[in-house]
Design a protein around this ligand. Structure first.
Ligand code: NI
Length: 168
């Protein structure tokens, strides 16, 4: 947080080549090493519109449904309805902090995978939340900017018992 690249609007991907594959491998490695549920290319220093996310069955988050491993390039989000959920978010770029963030409950997302194959899904709940969080990274937005009441933002340790943690 604070790094200029995390405040920029990232550029669309135009070439689906070995360089893109290598970048996605780096993103995968970083996400897994930090036990994240998602990562965006600007978080590893590349200002391109690429996000990755996945949530396997995890006993730490019994209330969260699994999300399939997805590489999403040049994403377009369309909220479906005005319904919002409040959820506690963290971020690999904002270590140790958590905040209560409103997100659209349901949305459609479109884009392509690393091979240029179309992706078009309608999702809700945590799956919708992780996509909104990651795509915000491509527009220079970090989750603390989405917290509406700053009393609901703080150190994870201090918030223990006050929140239901979501995966980072
Ligand atoms: Ni993040």
């Amino acid at each position: 947080m604070g790094s200029p690249i995390l405040k920029q609007v990232a550029l669309p991907v135009t070439r689906f080549d070995a360089e893109l594959e290598a970048l996605i491998t780096d993103m995968d490695d970083t996400m897994r090493a930090l036990s994240g549920a998602g990562i965006a290319a600007p978080q590893i220093g590349v200002s391109l519109r690429i996000v990755i996310f996945e949530l396997r069955e995890n006993p730490r988050y019994p209330h969260v449904a699994p999300v399939p491993y997805t590489v999403l390039v040049n994403p377009v989000l369309t909220p479906l309805g005005a319904e919002e959920d409040q959820g506690w978010e963290g971020c690999l770029s904002v270590p140790g902090l958590r905040g209560l963030v409103p997100r659209f409950h349901r949305l459609r997302y479109q884009g392509v995978d690393q091979h240029g194959v179309a992706i078009d899904r309608t999702v809700e709940g945590f799956h919708a939340r992780v996509v909104q969080h990651e795509v915000d990274h491509l527009d220079g937005i970090l989750f603390p900017q989405r917290v509406r009441d700053m009393r609901n933002f703080g150190f994870e340790d201090a918030l223990m018992g006050q929140m239901t943690p979501m995966p980072d």
